[in-house]
Design a protein around this ligand. Structure first.
Ligand code: MTE
Ligand code: MO
Length: 214
């Protein structure tokens, strides 16, 4: 009976309960992937979860074990990186605002890898003019190579401290800082470097290929 237990027994019981509770807590913290960051650098961030979705095919499921980030086109060293290989590149964090042509905007803390680090590995050839992004839903868009290099753009894998999900573009979203939302390709599978201009999904349908914010 409990009342007749020795002090040692009580102590080991308490310790066992404490250890089990801690394990539960750690498992929970890992599975929820940490608390969402709500404020950063004195800036109030928009929410990670939203009800609306304006992507051409809706949320996309990607099997991360089969996933490869391909880098090809006019490059000396074509790449086919696993998720972990891509994440082994240095990480950067920035608060950036996305503006959609529909009129809404959101300010989020993006964490990602730098295109310049990817390019360093792939070794683009002379004459590369455009970076084309291909996505799992068949969507494409592009940015001028010089623009990506000079602005040190990133390919994000986290928003507000949380790993991207099926809606947010897991595993990677292009963070096309200072360009309209349709350049921010989600569910990226391939980065293609070409020597010509390119028109993506919305650009072919009449949206400006510059996509500069007005
Ligand atoms: N693969 C893919 N990426 C996409 C789209 C899409 O339909 N498919 N829509 C674009 C448009 S129009 C906008 S405004 C942004 C929205 O990104 P968000 O989910 O980060 O707000 O995603 C862009 N990236
Ligand atoms: Mo958009």
């Amino acid at each position: 009976m409990f009342v007749t237990q020795s002090k040692e027994n009580l102590f080991s019981q308490t310790l066992t309960i404490f250890v089990i509770a801690s394990l539960f807590f750690i498992t929970f913290a890992i599975s929820t992937n940490g608390e969402e960051i709500k404020n950063y650098d004195g800036k109030r961030l928009s929410a990670f979860d939203r009800s609306y979705d304006n992507s051409i095919g809706g949320p996309q499921k990607i099997d991360i074990n089969k996933y490869r980030l391909e880098v090809e086109g006019n490059v000396e060293n074509p790449l086919s990186l696993t998720y972990n290989e891509a994440l082994s590149l240095p990480h950067v964090k920035r608060v950036i605002t996305l503006n959609c042509v529909e009129g809404w905007e959101e300010t989020l803390l993006f964490e990602g890898i730098r295109f310049n680090d990817i390019f360093k590995k792939a070794k683009p050839g002379d004459g590369v003019k455009t970076v084309v992004f291909h996505a799992v839903d068949g969507y494409t868009s592009s940015l001028p190579y010089e623009f990506v290099v000079k602005n040190d753009l990133m390919l994000a894998f986290k928003i507000n401290g949380r790993v991207l999900d099926e809606k947010r573009g897991f595993p990677f979203q292009v963070v096309a800082e200072s360009k309209l939302g349709y350049k921010w390709v989600k569910w990226v599978t391939k980065i293609e470097l070409i020597d010509t201009d390119y028109k993506g999904f919305w650009e072919k349908r009449g949206y400006s290929n510059d996509a500069d914010l007005k």
